[in-house]
Ligand binder design. Structure first.
Ligand SMILES: [Zn+2]
Ligand SMILES: [Zn+2]
Ligand SMILES: [Zn+2]
Length: 289
């Protein structure tokens, strides 16, 4: 794959990502390059070794969905020329997935109101603490705060921007987080274990986005061998690794991956065409009720 695909040229100020999955960031919590590190990955000239914090945007029928708001959000949106976001969905409340939320202010301003934010209670509590200034009973003069409309989610499927979303319970060290299934696509970042209850929900996935931190084991993330084992069991046509640290150099690590497994990189686009065509059967919550 050509490095030229990392930052394709587009005409016009904003970009339409309808029908696409766009990798905004693919790096671990400190990003790559790591501040102060002189290793081969961190000093590499290959743009695929420059990883901002892990997040994706999806061009759904009802608009653009942002999954997590990383501390790199502003630079990610500018880099990819994303000018509007219709909803935000959170995997969990870690700093590298939440603390860029203030960067949505221009989006709220242009939309003329709050952005719907779909998350579990733990994430909402984190947001209310970290961004307490956005929840003052008397609005701050000037209105320079992110405007948020919380929508509580659980493991029950829900409809969002024209698609059915199936939350996937994932283990992330000592606590639980969410991955999400959108049609034939499953997004599973920040996990070191797929619980038994989640495996049936991954059946038939065509494209799997999966946590893969590094070759060595880690208490809260999948190692390379663990991620490969999960990928083999899911059996997706295409598996894309995210949340990688500098121990995985793009070209070297990619060369060792089996067919159908790739390291994602910032700016990578995957078409979603056809993904919504297949209704997803959820054994816990049948679609027909
Ligand atoms: Zn993370
Ligand atoms: Zn390094
Ligand atoms: Zn995390």
């Amino acid at each position: 794959m050509s490095v030229m695909t990392v930052h394709p040229h587009h005409a016009g100020p904003f970009r339409d990502i309808a029908g696409q999955l766009l990798f905004l960031g693919t790096g671990t919590s400190v990003g790559v390059p790591v501040v102060g590190c002189g290793c081969g990955t961190c000093t590499s000239g290959d743009p695929r070794n420059r990883r901002t914090r892990t997040s994706v945007a999806l061009g759904l029928p009802g608009g653009t969905l942002l999954v997590d708001t990383t501390p790199d959000l502003r630079s990610q949106l500018l880099r990819e020329r994303i000018g509007s976001v219709q909803a935000i969905l959170y995997t969990h409340d870690h700093v590298d997935h939440v603390y860029g939320l203030d960067d949505i202010r221009p989006i709220c301003y242009r939309a003329g109101g709050p952005v719907p934010v779909y998350c579990e209670e733990r994430v909402e509590l984190r947001i209310r603490r970290a961004f307490d200034y956005a929840f003052e009973p008397v609005p701050v003069p000037g209105g320079g705060v992110p405007k948020i409309a919380f929508e509580r989610i659980s493991t029950a499927p829900f409809d969002l921007l024209g698609v059915r979303v199936i939350p996937l319970r994932l283990r992330h060290g000592t606590f639980d987080v969410l991955g999400f299934r959108f049609g034939d696509l499953a997004y599973c970042t920040d996990t070191n274990l797929i619980p038994d209850e989640t495996w049936p929900l991954l059946a038939g996935v065509d494209t799997l986005v999966l946590d893969c931190l590094r070759p060595d084991r880690h208490p809260t993330h999948l190692s390379l061998d663990e991620a490969l084992s999960v990928a083999a069991r899911v059996g997706a046509r295409r598996t894309l690794f995210v949340h990688m640290c500098h121990d995985l150099e793009h070209t070297t690590a990619s060369a060792r991956l089996p067919a159908g497994v790739e390291m994602a990189y910032d700016g990578l686009v995957v078409p979603l065409a056809g993904v919504w065509g297949t209704p997803v059967a959820d054994p816990r919550h049948p679609r027909e009720r």
